[in-house]
Design a protein around this ligand. Sequence first.
Ligand code: UGB
Length: 606
Amino acid sequence: HCSHSPQQDAALVEALLQEGQAHLFEGWPPAGERDQAKRRLLAQLRHLDKSYAGGLRKYIQNARQLLHDSKEGVNPFEGCVPSVPEGERLDFGSQRFRELERAGVAAAANAAFVLVAGGLGERLGYSGIKVALPVESASGQCFLELYVKHILALGAKGGRALPLAIMTSDDTHTRTLALLEKHAYWGAAPGQVTLIKQEKVACLADNDAHLALLEKDGGFEVQTKPHGHGDVHMLLHSTGLADKWLAEGFKWVCFFQDTNGLVFRALPAAIGVSEAHDFDVNSLAVPRKAKEAIGAITKLTYPDGRHITINVEYNQLDPLLRATINPQGDVNDSTNFSPFPGNINQLVLKLSTYCAELHRHGGVIAEFVNPKYADASKTAFKSSTRLECMMQDFPKSLPEGSRVGFTVVNQVWAAYSPVKNSPADAASKAASGNPSHSATSGELDWYQTSCKMLQALGARVDGPLPAQFNGLTELELWPRVTWSPLFACCWDDLEEKVAAASVHVGSDTALVIEAPQARIRSLDLRRGVLVIRGSGGAAAAAAAGGEAAAEAAGGAAAGEREVVVEDVTVDNEGWEWRALSPDEGAAEEEYIRGFRVVRKGQMELP
Ligand code: UGB
């Protein structure tokens, strides 16, 4: 901790005094008393100063301006007329989709990936980190595993290790790192995955942007809160990662969120769209229900004719529409969706444009403040506030003439099913006709998408069974089909490896494909479960128990054995997705889904 000098401390204190922050030091007892607490506060101030582009001084100045604008009710959209922008609208699996996906998979050889995973997911009611949650229970693969394997699969096609940066926070960093290490990064090369940790920012006590001190312990600590997922841009700049990727010849950088398992079903096609249109920014979007709590991709036209295509958060869209083009606000049209597509925060950015922008503004973009005022005079807050920023606001500062577009996947179930809401919130969302975005829907949508892909390729997949979990009624439990991205990471892979016309999958079944080298020539999965492991005899022995065998299973060739499925008929007891009864004890992962999987019998191909 000796990397600072007393002179630097003095300069920081002086800067803070100039910014009206004398209250930070006013209550200090004479020298010799509480010296340690004083040093701790100084250390914290240094830390806050270092972790914000432009330092604390800039933060306070930005805050003062934004708080002023908020108090005066400055409308960020003053004079703007919203309209529905033009963009590429794709049917999942259509010929056009597959052409774009093919182009995107090829272009992905020059793509870097960024996962924002600093959020703790309080809304979900899960105590772990969200990326450690299983995407689905059939294979048990977790979100981080799925993402890493997709990136490995795309890299294998392009013959290049594709970089992945993961933004963590104090809430998630240690556990994210531990998860990666526990699984040896699922085979990613050393240095391929980089963790970048976001820091919290200082809270603000009032309209003059006085930093808020915690009352405990005599006020020697500044209160802090998360700054939002927009931090990712500042960090990719300050760590030099974005520049490094550009220098290494990467062309695209793809951003995504923590718990949408379907992201890579649509992302390659979006990269294809970016290539085809030479987009600087391309947002993936889905049809969105009016007032649904996801942002809306909107074209804003200014009085002088300039226009931008940007995400407008759901709480801002409705008032904006009411004040301009539609007194009814955000309402569904004849398609039963809002005309404004929903932002799912999966962005494809052209890396050269991105880096140029970072050098221009340091990656601090479009901050906002959202104080809860004590009363209509707007002079005091109910509790302290802070500046925030969102990663999808990146295009706001792009120069005129930049190419900003979007890609809608018309089938929501194929592209977007995030795990965000607790069982109670999910049930009430569903009751009001909205997507529940729960662990339950995330898992069930995953199976549905897999089944519909097989169906589209000509397989006979029997329809879903009706199901109810966690008070969510009218659910569809499709055959629990899931495969590793190392087996198939795009439509072409699936078509090549599965002779779909010779495949039947019955309603109450599960099909788990882990083997990267599996081939299905003909299969009648009538009842029960088929697991294709492809890890050779060792894993089969390991499954039967025995430490020595388990050790042997860890060999390098594990998972790479070719497994050919031909003339196989499966009929066994299978696995049951059994609803939890109200007072049944269950693991958190099961509780948030509302079911547990009871494994009674399966066929395993080692
Ligand atoms: N995240 C961070 O990494 N750091 C932070 O400080 C905060 C979050 P939420 P949100 O897809 O439905 C977004 O909380 O912010 C990560 C879009 O703004 O899940 O309410 C966090 O780990 C909105 O336009 O979502 O809403 C997670 O991976 C819409 O697209 C990600 O940021 C909405 O997501 C998102 O955090 C949606």
